[in-house]
Design a protein around this ligand. Sequence first.
Ligand code: ADP
Length: 445
Amino acid sequence: MFRKVLIANRGEIALRIICACKELQVRTVAVYSEADRHCVHVRFSDEAVCIGPAKSYESYLNIPSIISAAEITNVDAIHPGYGYLAESSYFAEVCETCGIKFIGPPPAVIELMGDKVLAKKKMCEAGLPIIPGTGIIKDTGAELEGIAEEVGYPLIIKAVAGGGGRGMRVVTKSEQLRNALATAQSEAESAFGSSDVYIERYLDNPRHIEFQILGDQHGNVVHLGERECSIQRRHQKLIEESPSPIVSEELRQDLGQRVVQAMKAINYQNTGTVEFLFDQEDHYYFIEMNTRVQVEHPVTEMVTGLDIVKEQLRIAAGEKLGFAQQDVLFRGHSLECRINAECPETFAPSPGKITAYHPPGGPGIRIDSAAYTDYVVSPHYDSLIAKLIAYGVNRQEALARLNRALDLFVIEGIETSIPLHKKIINHPDFIKGQFGTSFLGQLRS
Ligand code: ADP
């Protein structure tokens, strides 16, 4: 196992990684921006290094600063968390060149799956169904309308390097196509530094269902079942659960096995998530893969009893997976609410000081958060302030616990998404498990 790990992140995920390291008796180095001096990840790590000003690109995205901090503190490995540099193949490569283990897949695999067009092609070759669509739209010549017609309307224009629900445009008729394409390209350029986009058939109110996988450096791959992530705002997840209310044991085994085969085909290592959309006839299609730990990983931990972050560390240290597919057992049900610092009506960010913070506890409740009373939610960073995770022997018990925990969660001084979560989880369709990615849009219209 590693001796010392640097955590190139902040907030709840930095703290989550510190927890895993402490349990494995690995020393930790936190990095922080000037705005984050008083954050808990700085307080609870063994060492901490300031890496620059508040703006992310000057600190948490500043590769030379992070590598210098790693060298000064003499770490063996870097855990990137999620967001920031977690899916930068360049960063992973720099780590390798500097003799520091990057806790994630090899740079070439990050690069392959980071290109959504290439990823779809590769996963199609590996036997997963994909949504009909195009490669990169190179020029906007006369053929464009024909290409779009072939895909069929409604369609969605997506950024090849996309992420975080950004850089997507839905087009319902051909008259909108050229304008939408130009806008999507310029949005993609400014958000991801590449204007490359592609076109895909747009599915009506699909379900977003994803498989969690783990692969070691010795060719072993297992899946940890699925998560249902259809409750979204602006194509970003808000509530996740495991198992999905619509996935049968048979489908879990069948699709899980296909995912494992596909991951073996690309020699996948460490943790990752293979995302699918399910249409209303229950046909499923691969859309993309995330080559990192995800925000919603705790619901899988609750139903499998595994610690995904500790597994990441063990895998990166070269250990073999300590269990096989048949040892992965699913028990009970878990849901997660992302509590964001934002207006529950408009989703406008609500930064500022938390004047009172008291998280709920009790049976079956887990909170992953770096917030505390007097913590200042900075406008520079993500609006996620806490993840409220509930576990129960079945969905009904998990939902009852989630409901009372939302009632007992005190966060004052800023607006949060708690009232919206209450509304969603008490909606009859949500209770019945009947919802798709348009659920929230329909609830609000
Ligand atoms: P990102 O990497 O930005 O998260 P994804 O490709 O994972 O982008 O898509 C995010 C969400 O956008 C999906 O969960 C879904 O709600 C919506 N979406 C993406 N592609 C389609 C599609 N072809 N049809 C319908 N909805 C889609």
